[in-house]
Design a protein around this ligand. Structure first.
Ligand SMILES: Cc1cc2nc3c(=O)[nH]c(=O)nc-3n(C[C@H](O)[C@H](O)[C@H](O)COP(=O)(O)O)c2cc1C
Length: 179
């Protein structure tokens, strides 16, 4: 059976380090993981870490000269059996909901024909903001899948809804969509 490929989008959330656990769990299941980082995610995590864990090149730049004559965001979208954005910031959710494609991750998402799963993580007030809720409702209507968030201790110190879903739920949702 052909190895499945998950394109893991990592965004600028305090929960970005948890993408490392997701890579480990997915690769353990024999799934190939290709990472695409947003600029903000680099404030939380280095590409070197993601490369070492995934065993693959990490993609970050829209206008990097590719090794061959490919259009990077199209070839990444074609390669992916599923796109998992983990963690997904309020910002990436808003951008995708509006069809904005101003970086490699958003361009790849807009080009993709595979299932797309988002694992939101943010402050409770950001999550409960009607704008974010509206963006999520809109994306669900377009067929995007969501796992979490859950209630838990947030980076700001308070407890609330906005905590990244637990690893087990994220992996279960991912493998469920890959079948
Ligand atoms: C310390 C810190 C933690 C942050 N954590 C989150 C978060 O968990 N969720 C979120 O939506 N935004 C968070 N942000 C804000 C995002 O980093 C910011 O909106 C950024 O523009 C997101 O860009 P991206 O979606 O392209 O990665 C955080 C910012 C800082 C400074």
């Amino acid at each position: 059976m052909k190895k499945k490929t998950v394109l893991l989008g990592v965004t600028g959330s305090i929960a970005a380090y948890k993408a490392c656990d997701a890579i480990r769990a997915l690769t353990k299941k024999g799934i190939e993981v290709l990472c695409v980082m947003t600029k903000a995610s680099r404030e939380f995590l280095t590409p070197l870490t993601l490369q070492a864990l995934s065993g693959n090149k990490v993609y970050e730049h829209m206008f990097e000269i590719p090794e061959n004559h490919e259009i990077r965001h199209i070839s990444l979208a074609d390669t992916a059996d599923l796109i998992l954005i983990c963690p997904a910031t309020a910002n990436i959710i808003a951008k995708i909901a509006q069809g904005i494609c101003d970086d490699l991750l958003t361009c790849t998402v807009l080009s993709a024909q595979c299932p797309i799963l988002l694992a939101p993580a943010m402050n409770e007030r950001m999550y409960n903001n009607k704008i974010t809720r509206d963006n999520i409702t809109r994306l669900k209507k377009f067929g995007f899948h969501f796992v979490g968030p859950t209630s838990g201790r947030l980076a700001c110190g308070s407890k609330g809804l906005g905590h990244l879903a637990d690893l087990e739920s994220i992996i279960k949702a991912t493998t469920g969509l890959l079948k």
